[in-house]
Design a protein around this ligand. Sequence first.
Ligand SMILES: [Zn+2]
Length: 132
Amino acid sequence: MTPLMLVDDLMGRGVYLTVAGDALELDAPPNVVTDADVEALRANKQAVVAILRLDAGLSITDADAELLACEEIAPADVPMCDRCGRLCDVQTLAETWHCSHCDPAAAARRERTVRLMERAKSIRCYNQPCNG
Ligand SMILES: [Zn+2]
């Protein structure tokens, strides 16, 4: 799981993550955060802090931006919605597809993710010519 997927997964489960100085703070409903989550946050702390700083509109370092590199999605891989038959138009960072018609909450999560990735990309493009 990448750091972005980790943050996306936690936020999707109602966990509110904030940065206080160099420390990560979690505000979560009871019994949501597992030992494995805590372990993953510890292992990815630098990248998770960078993601949260980016989300808050704060500056991050070039090295942090590199951590946020993401893969592109092949349009042919987009599945149909099981419920309404439309093409799914939302993919979470955990690579689960959703239909925004049947799952409006997923669309909101996607918008946040796209915003983060665009900010990370703009930081990368600042230092080197960008192909996209
Ligand atoms: Zn649907």
